[in-house]
Design a protein around this ligand. Structure first.
Ligand SMILES: [Zn+2]
Length: 87
């Protein structure tokens, strides 16, 4: 079985697979983020904005309360290249 030669590119902010150029912000493969994590000009959204969206998503997807979902979102973002704290 031959695997298709698709590089395992993922959004540096949320981890969503970026299988094709169209999945990248602005359809530009040089941008390491997906459409959902960027502003209209292709730049990364503010950290607080992403945190809020991850939190809301976790609440919906997993039925968590706000504080639990936010803690989980913080932990998740800490593993992502765009948000990882180097210190
Ligand atoms: Zn993303």
């Amino acid at each position: 079985m031959t695997a298709p030669m698709v590089p395992d590119v993922r959004c540096d902010s949320c981890g969503m697979p970026l299988a094709t150029a169209a999945d990248h912000a602005l359809g530009d493969p040089s941008i390491p983020y997906c459409r959902h994590c960027t502003r209209e000009d292709g730049t990364l959204q503010a950290r607080d904005e992403r945190l809020e969206r991850f939190t809301q998503w976790s609440m919906r997807a997993e039925g968590l309360d706000y504080e639990t979902a936010k803690a989980r979102a913080e932990a998740y973002m800490a593993t992502m290249p765009a948000w990882r704290k180097d210190a």
